[in-house]
Design a protein around this ligand. Structure first.
Ligand code: DP6
Length: 362
């Protein structure tokens, strides 16, 4: 187990200067899904994702010395300039868990400012982008204060570890293109504690893949991912799910190398429907798809059959669809989305995205 506890990372209170740090970090879309965890945010199966580009969070931490007081009082959080008390509470809990990793946080007043490139109400998961941006800011602060984490690989590994503690899927957003998180026989470098950049050969076709996100329903979902993960503990299909995920991971790794689009579609669509089947077989069961989610899925299947074009879908833990396809087919596929699918989206809202290069410090 990695141990990032560092009790010596305490600042000299007399010399703390005001400062700030900003990172932009993208969201990601899992091809093999993380669903079910144990211990301290450790996944029950390995997951792999495309890192996105246009769906991102920008986070700035402004810090200054705190005179006295408790951790609880030193964080304020603003989303698009507006103070958000509910987020603030979540952050305070997250930061408490990071107390031994970044003991200097207790000595500071933190004002955290976040902005998402997509509307907050869009109902797309922002925890991957927001928690990875935050983790990167914290690691930059450590690096600045203590001259540590000078090696970029070490910096990112720690950022991924810290992001994971706040939200599992955020661990993968630290790396561009494709990231892998979790122990798997398919890759000896896979680790449950942090994600790694996927370094094996990737066929050209996947390097410029599109992911257009179709917003079927905006707003908060009825069952959170946190509760969803918990319900996996009692799900009678969980053991076979984890076996299936492992098998699919090794198949997908071959597919990514070979550029086999049909194989890719089978796996990612299978993963999306498995994820939702697990929700429907939880106790209590629940459904996060909407009628329009199913209509769009059927239209995609039909389009593929008739047009013979490689357009595939996947889902996160929600009703919105991610449409995955190679760049060379973007023109007919975008026309199909505009003409036939947007009518089933709330306010015809969609986000056009592509595989991206990962976070940047601003
Ligand atoms: C369905 O990362 O949101 O998007 O670790 O509790 O924050 P926490 O869960 P979270 O779970 C996301 C699960 C998923 C699949 C995936 O991204 O792998």
């Amino acid at each position: 187990m990695l141990d990032y506890k560092n009790p010596r990372h305490i600042l000299n209170s007399d010399t703390i200067k005001e400062g700030q740090v900003t990172w932009r970090s993208p969201s990601n879309i899992a091809l093999i899904k993380y669903w079910g965890k144990h211990g301290t945010q450790l996944p029950n199966n390995a997951s792999i994702s495309f890192t996105l580009s246009n769906a991102y969070t920008e986070t700035t931490i402004k810090y200054k010395a705190k005179e006295t007081g408790l951790l609880e009082n030193n964080i304020s959080f603003f989303l698009d300039g507006k103070e958000k008390a509910d987020f603030q509470e979540k952050l305070i809990t997250n930061f408490k868990n990071l107390d031994t990793i970044f003991p200097f946080l207790k000595q500071l007043n933190l004002s955290i400012h976040s902005h998402n490139s997509f509307p907050h109400s869009a109902g797309i998961a922002s925890s991957a982008s927001s928690m990875s941006a935050l983790a990167l800011c914290l690691c930059s602060m450590e690096s600045y204060f203590f001259n540590s984490l000078g090696n970029l690989d070490e910096f990112k590994k720690k950022a991924s570890y810290v992001a994971r503690l706040m939200s599992g899927s955020a661990a993968r957003s630290i790396y561009g293109k494709i990231a892998l998180w979790g122990k798997t026989p398919a890759d000896p470098n896979g680790n449950n504690e942090y994600a790694i950049p996927y370094k094996k050969y990737i066929h050209e076709v996947f390097k410029s893949f599109h992911d257009d996100i179709l917003i079927v329903k905006k707003g908060k979902k009825s069952v959170s991912s946190r509760v969803g993960h918990q319900l996996m503990e009692q799900n009678i299909y969980a053991p076979s799910r984890y076996k299936e995920a492992e098998k699919r991971m090794s198949q997908l790794i071959q597919i990514l190398k070979q550029g086999d689009l049909t194989g890719f579609g089978k796996i990612v669509e299978g993963e999306a429907l498995t994820l939702h089947a697990l929700m429907m077989t939880s106790t209590p069961p629940y459904i996060l798809m909407e009628a329009n989610t199913l209509t769009i899925i059927q239209k995609i299947q039909n389009f593929r059959k008739v047009q013979k074009l490689p357009l595939y879908f996947t889902l996160d833990a929600g009703p919105n669809l991610h449409l995955l396809y190679p760049d060379e087919h973007r023109i007919p596929i975008k026309a199909f989305i505009k003409n036939e699918l947007l009518a089933y989206c709330e306010d015809q809202f969609w986000i056009e995205d592509v595989v991206g290069t990962g976070p940047t410090q601003l």
